[in-house]
Design a protein around this ligand. Structure first.
Ligand SMILES: Nc1ncnc2c1ncn2[C@@H]1O[C@H](COP(=O)(O)OP(=O)(O)O)[C@@H](O)[C@H]1O
Ligand SMILES: [Mg+2]
Length: 339
């Protein structure tokens, strides 16, 4: 059965407004997500993952502007489709969605909890904001959620303050908070980056369970392709604000096309090779700065297959290289120079 579409991002463009000039950060993203599916957005630091995820909930800093494109959120059944790129970022429509139908978890759980109130109080507050329930019922739901995310002694933990929780527990509590209103979409921006490998695996398993149990769709953002294999149905690889390869996870891992994706995969340790866990920094060279965006393909200064007079002209489009598998590279789908 074809799963229904929940979110469709079309040609999303975000720029930094600096002294009346617009510096492009996100340069035309297209992706979509079906109910109950996990899409991973992957790329090195600075490629625009967080800016993209914040834009989906219109939480961008005020100097960052959506300058083009659509963010269509279909919601449930007969709800009207909302173009979140066009709504007032402080208006009613988006406020209803934030922490309700769409919620977000971050790398740093402290950004989602105030140190001044108990964990339980802060989760109950969200529940009462979005659901018509009594305080007592909100507390009951909160304890259930804390149990569900694997917090021991949830009955007492609910009355503790964030500083009384370990890093892993805070991350779990943040997931509980994000799930408290049964979101249709969870945006997870590097949710496990600050955690050690064991806790990271627990959190990833927890998110997989949540997806199974609640059919929550997830946009999973990471710079680590290694964790994507466990989590995602589909992967979109980003480089300097563009998607350069996209497809079903298994296909991308088995048959990567873009030279950047191939390098990212080379940097992923094999199973059982945790000691040698290398990070993406192993790719030679750096991501260029926003003010030094190369002409043509932004990856060309680091690419072993750079072809002068082709790769430095205009940016290649995403073209289908096999069924449902797309790459934006002059090596694919542009005729004679195919490998
Ligand atoms: N508020 C801001 N003002 C100006 N530039 C920003 C702002 N936020 C992010 N950027 C720039 O946008 C680019 C993408 O950033 P970000 O989305 O945080 O990357 P990622 O999450 O992939 O590491 C970076 O070059 C970053 O410096
Ligand atoms: Mg980020």
């Amino acid at each position: 059965m074809e799963k229904e579409l929940l979110l469709q991002v079309k040609n999303l463009q975000i720029s930094w407004l600096l002294d009346k000039a617009l510096i492009p950060i996100v340069c035309g993203l297209d992706f979509s997500l079906k109910s109950g599916k996990v899409l991973a957005l992957v790329g090195e630091s600075g490629c625009g993952k967080s800016v993209t995820s914040l834009s989906l909930l219109r939480l961008l800093a005020k100097e960052l502007k959506i300058v083009g494109g659509e963010i269509l959120f279909y919601g449930q059944n007969d709800e009207k489709t909302l173009d979140m790129a066009k709504v007032n970022p402080r208006g009613k429509d988006i406020q209803k969605i934030r922490g309700g139908a769409v919620s977000m978890i971050f790398q740093e759980p402290m950004s989602s909890f105030s140190p001044l109130y108990t964990i339980g109080y802060q989760i109950m507050e969200v529940i009462q904001l979005h659901k018509d329930v009594s305080k007592k019922e909100a507390k009951r739901i909160t304890v259930e959620l804390l149990k569900k995310v694997g917090i021991a002694d949830a009955k007492n933990a609910v009355d503790r303050y964030p500083y009384e929780f370990s890093g892993g527990m805070r991350q779990r509590a943040m997931i509980a908070k994000a799930l408290s209103c049964d979101p249709l979409l969870l945006i997870a921006d590097e949710p496990t980056t600050a955690l050690d490998v064991t806790i990271q695996n627990q959190i990833l398993n927890l998110m997989c369970d949540m997806k199974q149990e609640f059919r929550t769709s997830i946009i999973f953002i990471t710079h680590d392709l290694g964790v994507v294999g466990q989590m995602a149905d589909e992967v979109a690889i980003m480089y300097m604000g563009r998607i350069i390869e996209q497809g079903i996870t298994r296909e991308i891992f088995k048959n990567p096309k873009h030279p950047y994706t191939i390098k990212l995969l080379d940097a992923v340790p094999r199973l059982g090779d945790l000691e040698a866990r290398r990070r993406l920094e192993t790719i030679q060279g750096n991501v260029p700065g926003l003010f030094d965006r190369p002409s043509g393909c932004a990856f060309r200064p680091r690419c072993d297959y750079f072809i002068s007079g082709i790769c430095d002209t205009t940016f290649p489009d995403l073209r289908e290289v096999s069924k449902d598998h797309f790459a934006a590279c002059y090596l694919y789908g542009y005729g004679e120079s195919n490998r």
